[in-house]
Every structure is written in structure tokens, then in C-alpha cells.
Design a protein around this ligand. Structure first.
Ligand code: ATP
Length: 137
């Protein structure tokens, strides 16, 4: 069965949107296989976001992601990678379609990083790589 790593990012967590995000995942029919609340450390964030190193939003992104607690979930279900990304909507929450998590619950706050509530892995390879970073052992 396919798995994906979902993160309720610090903005989603601090706004009290964790339950709403998890509700949508369960309502879609996916399974929450593992769940943890942690304050992401910069070392693991650097691994997680290695592909963005050097981009202008990289440092602000790591600052934002390490700013407070976040919820990490391993989500399971056939085609859940594609399915969760459809639930999440476009990266830019202003442009994300209504009906999606970002479109319904997100907006632009005028900050250097897109605070867009959730993360979802973009491929099976990314999912396994990211799950190993955050759920080692
Ligand atoms: P995610 O990987 O978080 O599900 P995504 O795949 O839509 O979102 P990525 O391209 O992987 O987006 O970028 C990772 C994160 O970096 C985004 O979710 C967003 O928070 C931030 N980000 C991406 N592009 C920009 C940008 N141009 N300006 C500011 N922040 C950005």
C-alpha cells in the first residue's frame, strides 16, 4: 500500500487546524498509520528540504518550519500521494482552489515564505526518504 508523509506545518498547528486537516484525510478514506507532534529541528529540516538549498526562500523556510510544533503523519492508501496533493491544493494558498485545504483555510500573509498549512510528499521516492527522516526507528 502506498504511503505519504503529511506535515501540518507550524502555521496550521498554531491556528488549530490539525483536526480539520486530519478530518479531511480520514474523510477521503485514507488511514493515519502514525502520528506525532514535534518541533522540527534544523538538522532534519535541512535534509527534508535539501532540494531547495540555495533558493531565496530556503532560509526563511527553515526558520518558519523550526518556529514551533508541527504534526507529522504517515498516511496510507492506494494513490494517497496524488490524492493528498489534490486535497492540499496549489502551493500558493491565494491561488489554491476553494475545496482544497490551502484554498479553504490559507491565505497570503505578506511574508517571505508561503505559509501554506500542509506538506505532502510528491513521489513514492520522496515519501520514503521523508518518512525515514522523521520516523527513523
Ligand atoms: P509542499 O512540498 O510543502 O507540499 P509544494 O510541493 O507545493 O509544497 P515545494 O516546491 O516543495 O512546494 O516547496 C516547499 C515549500 O517551500 C512550500 O510549501 C512553501 O512553504 C515554500 N515555498 C515554495 N516556493 C516558494 C516561493 N516561491 N516563495 C516562498 N516560499 C516558497
Amino acid at each position: 500500500i502506498e504511503r505519504t508523509l503529511v506535515i501540518v506545518k507550524p502555521d496550521g498547528y498554531s491556528r488549530g487546524l490539525t483536526g480539520e486537516v486530519l478530518r479531511r484525510i480520514e474523510a477521503k478514506g485514507y488511514t493515519l498509520a502514525e502520528l506525532q507532534v514535534i518541533s522540527p529541528d534544523r538538522e532534519r529540516l535541512a535534509k527534508h528540504y535539501a532540494e531547495h538549498e540555495g533558493k531565496p526562500f530556503y532560509e526563511p523556510l527553515v526558520d518558519f518550519m523550526s518556529s514551533g510544533p508541527a504534526v507529522f503523519a504517515i498516511v496510507e492508501g492506494h494513490r494517497c500521494i496524488e490524492g493528498f496533493r489534490a486535497l492540499a491544493g496549489a502551493t500558493d494558498p491565494t491561488a489554491a482552489l476553494p475545496g482544497t485545504i490551502r484554498g479553504d483555510l490559507g491565505r497570503d500573509w505578506g511574508l517571505p515564505v508561503q505559509q501554506n498549512i500542509v506538506h505532502g510528499s510528491d513521489s513514492p521516492e520522496s515519501a520514503e526518504r521523508e518518512i525515514n527522516i522523521w520516523f527513523a526507528g
